[in-house]
Design a protein around this ligand. Sequence first.
Ligand SMILES: Nc1nc2c(ncn2[C@@H]2O[C@H](COP(=O)(O)OP(=O)(O)OP(=O)(O)O)[C@@H](O)[C@H]2O)c(=O)[nH]1
Ligand SMILES: [Mg+2]
Length: 213
Amino acid sequence: MKIVSAEFLTSACDNTGLPKPAEPQVVFVGRSNVGKSSLINALACRRIARTSRVPGKTRLINVYKLRLAKTGQGLSSIHLLDLPGYGFSRGSRNQTTSFAELTDSYFGQFTVNTKLQTHAVEQHSKANVMLLIDSRHLGLSSDLDALDWLNSQGCRTVVIGTKVDTLSSAQRNRAGKALEESFGTSGLFVSTKTGKGMNELWKTIIAMNTPQP
Ligand SMILES: Nc1nc2c(ncn2[C@@H]2O[C@H](COP(=O)(O)OP(=O)(O)OP(=O)(O)O)[C@@H](O)[C@H]2O)c(=O)[nH]1
Ligand SMILES: [Mg+2]
């Protein structure tokens, strides 16, 4: 994907400043340190999001906007949203509360009642979510709980196995089966270090944001 420009828009602590549900977007969700901010940088082809070896770096909803060269599907720009990681235990009770508030701010904007809506509106009434899980630790209860919760919110969720460069090809094959067994979906494996899976990820993001005929 050719990125014309990439910019940081805002750090949101509530739904002020977030893109409207009808605007093309995808939100990155996952445990602290799983590689959410790194994946946003890899998609942007530049360092716009701050990453760290120390978990808990991202504390607010960081919003980025990418302008895209022609995709063929008419998508000219997209917002990438970086949510704070879950499972970060060093935080105080207040931080846990604010994480719940942040997720509610974002996901609360999307309606799940699709029966009364036209198809075009329905397309944007579900949040597009990339649920990132570490390829080396598949099937953690916190990740399974996250998928259940996202499904209960009516989100359109794709499971992404991160840091696949850390696995041998035999381990990668086993991980594919383990992901499918645990999450009930085939998922996608990516590496920001080698670029593996990035083209497929872009195709998925574009398909999620393209209204079906
Ligand atoms: N080997 C490998 N390491 C990666 C990859 N992606 C990210 N990392 C490393 O994982 C660590 C955490 O990356 P971040 O992108 O900051 O993780 P995050 O999910 O944004 O973390 P929080 O903001 O704390 O929720 C960093 O040390 C990255 O260099 C990858 O594809 N392969
Ligand atoms: Mg981060």
